[in-house]
Design a protein around this ligand. Structure first.
Ligand SMILES: [Zn+2]
Length: 242
């Protein structure tokens, strides 16, 4: 069985831990928060090219700490030719509404570059579900993973019609909305992630929790676990290796 983690903050894990995941054959799509972590994720991809894909990006939360986001944007843009995807990028009106205007500028720029290059986007959209879809629609984005997506169900229909994916993680053990999304998302629009090493309501999110998450999703969707795993792997290849 192949564990697919399409959203992991790889720079925050030790090499030792990453090697453990790699030795189990996990597929890890590493996302970055800023220039420094983008560099680290690229380096890790070069160390484990069979298992790791590298996204470069500027997380909407990072804008609180950046003195000059235009400089950061320039630096991250220089890394794009070497990246497999762009992320974590996006918009957030739930946790950091105060930087929304800067978020919009950064997201438009980096998402536009991803579309130009034909690489996938790894997107954060907390509380900005509609705004994110608007920007992606304007840019004509095609390869999109909306990570830990817990937006309104009518938008789930809209995004799956566009061929976008939502990724769910082990938070579904304690977050009812995640279970609803896992149930309602069409199988061909569903991916798994960890969002590790984020701490969420007593859970230390990590790729090690994905097998259990798969069992829960399989139960929710009334599928055999291996059938679900095959579908998730197929979805992963459609976004990241096509
Ligand atoms: Zn994340």
């Amino acid at each position: 069985m192949t564990v697919v983690d399409v959203h992991i903050h790889l720079a925050e894990f030790t090499r030792e831990k990453i090697e453990e995941f790699v030795s189990r054959g996990y597929i890890l799509v590493g996302v970055a928060e800023d220039y420094e972590t983008s560099l680290k994720v690229l380096e890790l991809r070069d160390s484990y090219p069979e298992n790791v894909k590298a996204c470069v990006g500027i997380h909407p939360w990072s804008l609180r700490n950046l003195e000059d986001y235009t400089r950061e944007l320039e630096l991250v843009s220089q890394l794009l030719p070497d990246a497999d995807c762009v992320g974590e990028v996006g918009l957030d009106k739930k946790f950091v509404p105060e930087t929304f205007h800067q978020q919009l500028a950064v997201f438009r720029e980096l998402a536009g570059r991803a579309v130009e290059r034909g690489v996938p986007l790894n997107v954060h959209s907390a509380g900005a579900w509609r705004e994110v879809l608007e920007v992606l629609g304007e840019l004509g984005a095609k390869k999109v993973v909306l990570h830990w997506w817990t937006g309104p169900l009518n938008l789930l229909l809209e995004l799956s019609r566009r061929g976008y994916f939502v990724s769910v993680n082990a938070a579904l053990k304690v977050q009812e909305k995640s279970r609803v999304i896992a149930r309602e998302a069409p199988l061909d629009a569903l991916l798994t992630e960890s969002d590790g090493p984020y701490e969420y309501r007593g859970l230390s999110l990590s790729p090690s929790l994905i097998p259990e998450a798969l069992q829960i999703i399989a139960q929710i969707k009334g599928l055999a676990v291996d059938e679900l795993e095959r579908a998730i792997y197929r979805n992963f290849t459609r976004v990241f290796t096509a």
